[in-house]
Design a protein around this ligand. Structure first.
Ligand code: AMP
Length: 527
């Protein structure tokens, strides 16, 4: 039997892709249906069957409320977050808060599933298909995440891997993986920009490649900008047209909405190659049909604001890297949306050069994740990846202040400590709230967790010396600890994430996966 391989997985919002590497050579693994990418879609059927990938996507029309897609957008998020509010209107399936911690959950009939559980079903399928293809077991994986993912979202991704029975040996940023796989390694000292417009997120990064070391100099982006938004523009237009032509509002008809969504994506993809497309949906509502023609020009006008929205993050990333657009030697395009001609043109306008054409935007991230497996397995010695923190990390101080301990775009792994003190006389404990973001007020940033350091020696305000240490490991995951320097007594506390699955539950589901669940089966509802 061949040695167990580390699977490189691009767990995408819309599509996922997997690859393995042999030294510096990576190979995309096709799924059981023969596809090189797998739709990140899970469907729960009336008869209890669970479908994953293309079969799930194909039946979406007849089962809209129980076909879960774009679940990556819910990963590590609270139900109360404004982004979830807007998604609830757009997604045909139900989203509800977890009773215990308020995390966003997916409603499947009477059960509530956590986003990592749904993602785990996709990962289980990928694992099973890879095992069939490779003829051996796959235990280890490297999974990529958008550079903008915060701690909760990274942890949720790791949990998904564990639930699927995979040991996630590293979480790496998608743009880092893409530049690793771009094959641009030959030239010394070059600057690479990665422009990644996928189904749900936009990321742009500037990386420096010098003497075999890839270093991410800066990242920027928008977690809520992607191909789905282009589809939604088309969908809204079709609904309006149907209302004008037939006098029917289709918003309340889930089956019609699903058909419109599919037609939007198909029209968008067609317009990347053709100058006009025809949309024909017979009997969309009772005996009423939809027939429309759309030119590439009109589509580009309709989505101009979305294309323009990618400009500012690019400028920010260039600025944060302390370079100019001219200094960038190559621009790598990632994500299916970069096949849209207007996007390529936009990239040219921003960077003043043609994008690098020799990568497949759908596969380059998975290929990079697989190559990271080679690096970790010691098969490629000369390449080292250095990632950066996408957002600043700090703690809450008096009056909702936010004290940054680790600035955004700091190279990880990193450990930073700082001394804090009390604000009141004889204070014996301090509450430490940990946040991630760029706002000056703690409450306006993303809360990561809170803990108390107790047993501080009673002293006048300002006297105790409390050392708080932030430590980010290579996966981008954070541990925070605190120590009372006055007493010399060491007290170290690991942060409890305010979002996420109960560790016991993840362990139990992971054990179940190891014991052998059928691919696409074995869903456990969250109590
Ligand atoms: P990804 O997340 O990289 O799989 O990107 C998927 C997004 O790319 C989806 O919104 C697709 O509709 C979109 N996409 C795929 N192929 C094309 C194409 N040829 N032209 C425009 N968009 C595309």
């Amino acid at each position: 039997m061949p040695p167990a391989k580390t699977l490189g997985i691009d767990l995408g919002t819309t599509n996922s892709c997997m690859a393995v590497a042999e030294g510096t050579l990576s190979t995309v693994i096709p799924n059981r249906e023969g596809g090189r990418t797998t739709p990140s879609v899970v469907a729960f059927k009336d008869n209890g069957e669970v479908l994953v990938g293309l079969p799930a996507k194909r039946q979406a029309i007849v089962n809209p409320a129980e076909t879960i897609y774009s679940v990556k957008r819910l990963m590590g998020r609270k139900f109360a977050e404004p982004e979830i509010e807007s998604l609830r209107y757009l997604l045909p399936y139900g989203i509800a808060p977890d009773a215990a911690n308020g995390d966003a959950r997916v409603k499947v009939r009477t059960s509530l599933l956590s986003p990592p559980e749904v993602s785990a079903l996709i990962l289980k399928k990928l694992k099973a298909d890879a095992e069939t293809f490779l003829g051996g077991t796959v235990e280890k994986a490297i999974i990529t995440v958008p550079a903008y993912f915060n701690d909760s979202q990274r942890q949720a991704t790791k949990d998904a891997g564990a639930i699927a029975g995979l040991e996630v040996i590293r979480i790496i940023n998608e743009p880092t993986a893409a530049s690793l796989a771009s094959g641009l390694g030959g030239k010394q000292n070059m600057l690479i920009a990665v422009y990644d417009l996928g189904g749900g997120t936009f990321d742009v990064s500037v990386l420096e490649l010098a003497k075999g070391i890839f270093e991410v100099k800066s990242t920027s982006g928008n977690t809520y900008l992607g191909g789905d938004d282009f589809d939604m523009k088309l969908l809204a237009w079709m609904i309006e047209e149907f209302k004008t032509q037939q006098g029917v509002d289709l918003h309340q008809d889930p089956k019609a909405m699903q058909r419109l969504k599919e037609a939007s994506e198909a029209a968008k993809i067609e317009l990347s190659a053709a100058s006009t497309t025809h949309i024909t949906l017979p009997f969309l509502y009772q005996d009423k049909s939809l027939e429309l023609a759309l030119s590439r020009e009109s589509f580009e006008a309709m989505t101009k604001d979305l294309v323009d929205k990618t400009e500012e993050p690019c400028r920010k990333a260039i600025e944060s890297a302390h370079v100019t657009a001219k200094d960038i030697d190559a621009v790598v395009l990632v994500g299916g949306m970069t096949r849209m001609p207007r996007i390529v043109q936009k990239v040219r306008e921003i960077f003043g050069k043609d994008p690098y054409a020799r990568v497949n935007p759908d596969e380059v991230v998975a290929a990079g994740a697989a190559l990271q497996g080679s690096i970790m397995g010691g098969e490629i010695a000369e390449v080292l990846l250095l990632d950066v923190t996408p957002l600043s990390l700090g703690l809450r101080t008096v009056g909702d202040g936010f004290k940054v301990l680790i600035d955004k775009n700091t190279t990880i792994p990193i450990r930073r400590g700082e001394i804090f003190t009390t604000t009141e006389d004889n204070q014996t404990f301090v509450r430490i709230g940990v946040f991630q973001g760029e706002q000056t007020k703690a409450s306006q940033n993303h809360p990561l967790g809170e803990f108390e350091l107790v047993g501080i020696k009673p002293q006048p305000a300002g006297k105790p010396r409390i050392e708080v240490t932030f430590e980010i490991n290579a996966d981008g995951l954070l541990r925070v600890s605190a120590k009372d320097k006055e007493t010399g007594q060491k007290q170290s506390i690991v942060i409890k994430p305010s979002t996420g699955l109960d560790r016991d539950l993840v362990d139990r589901l992971a054990a179940e996966a190891r014991a052998g669940g059928s691919p696409g089966g074995g869903v456990t509802s969250v109590p």
